[in-house]
Design a protein around this ligand. Structure first.
Ligand SMILES: C[S@@+](CC[C@H](N)C(=O)[O-])C[C@H]1O[C@@H](n2cnc3c(N)ncnc32)[C@H](O)[C@@H]1O
Length: 271
């Protein structure tokens, strides 16, 4: 899709007129009209604000497939399960808070090879899950077939994905650091809006501490997304009830070089 069509589609999705979009960007409506009919292109200096106003990443605005940003497809091509099959301990914490007394609707964002999604589905949750990596999704589907559970898996990019139906539980482990600073508020606001009352979000994110050096195997996409400030995750949920908010520093040996990470963990309930 070309950039003009992308601008027109996103603008209409958001219900903006050309004039309204032009005002937000401080350009004339004729300029917007020209972009949309392909007779000119927006200036590169406008791209960050254009992407932010239209709720998309610059990559997708320019028509680049987002998966080019991570090397997870490569990692997930290896034999076996890159992250193992043991569910994240947050799944158990989530289950303690919301035991599957009814088929709660769960959305797993950045499900990778599906270990947590499958674990939750086996325990009676109604799970939907997405990831940007086709290879990860392929393994996730195999795993769910093998375990005899039905999960709706699909490919999407958390940076421009917008949910339209409500979920009881939104779960995401090790993914939010891919969301660039300028999109975080919008992405999270959309997830919060589409969460049922008393629903919960279970999220962890890597954060930067000035006294911890950057990990040796940090990806370009993580750097370009920008650091998450320590405590930043909690601020997006100031109006929800915190069931758990924790910051922990832990050792890691990925890439064969010992180093440390700092992670903020939040379980918050919509009241
Ligand atoms: C550290 S892994 C975590 C996988 C899984 N949540 C787990 O804990 O096993 C990060 C995952 O985020 C996915 N990812 C990276 N960028 C993404 C994006 N923009 N949208 C959706 N998923 C993304 C990667 O493909 C990868 O599967």
């Amino acid at each position: 899709m070309n950039i003009g069509k992308m601008i027109a589609n996103k603008r209409k999705e958001l219900g903006f007129t050309q004039q309204a979009l032009a005002e937000k960007l401080n350009v004339s409506f004729q300029a917007v009209s020209k972009w949309e009919n392909g007779t000119s292109y927006p200036d590169v200096t406008l791209l960050p604000s254009l992407a932010a106003v239209l709720n998309v990443s610059i990559d997708s605005l320019l028509g680049y497939p987002s998966q080019s940003i991570t090397d997870y497809d490569k990692r997930y091509k290896s034999e076996g399960y890159y992250w193992g099959l043991a569910p994240n301990h947050l799944c158990y914490e989530m289950m303690r808070l919301k035991p599957p007394t009814r088929p709660y609707k769960v959305l797993d964002i950045g499900c990778g090879e599906g270990k947590d999604a499958v674990f939750l589905a086996r325990n009676g949750y109604h799970v939907t899950a997405f990831d940007i990596s086709e290879q990860g999704l392929c393994k996730a589907r195999e795993l769910s077939d093998r375990c005899g559970v039905e999960i709706h898996f699909f490919k999407a990019d958390v940076r421009d994905f917008r949910i339209e139906t409500d979920y009881d539980i939104i779960f995401s482990s090790g993914v939010f650091h891919y969301i660039p600073a300028e999109l975080r508020w919008r992405v999270i606001e959309n997830l919060k809006t589409h969460t049922t009352i008393n629903g919960i979000h279970v999220i962890n994110v890597f954060v930067r501490k000035p006294f911890i050096p950057l990990p040796p195997d940090i990806e370009e996409s993580e750097i370009s997304a920008g650091d998450w400030r320590s405590g930043e995750l909690f601020t997006y949920y100031h109006d929800w009830l915190f069931r758990k908010n924790e910051e922990r520093i832990f050792d890691c040996n990925s890439g064969g070089i010992p180093h440390k990470h700092c992670m903020d963990v939040l379980i918050a309930e919509k009241i």
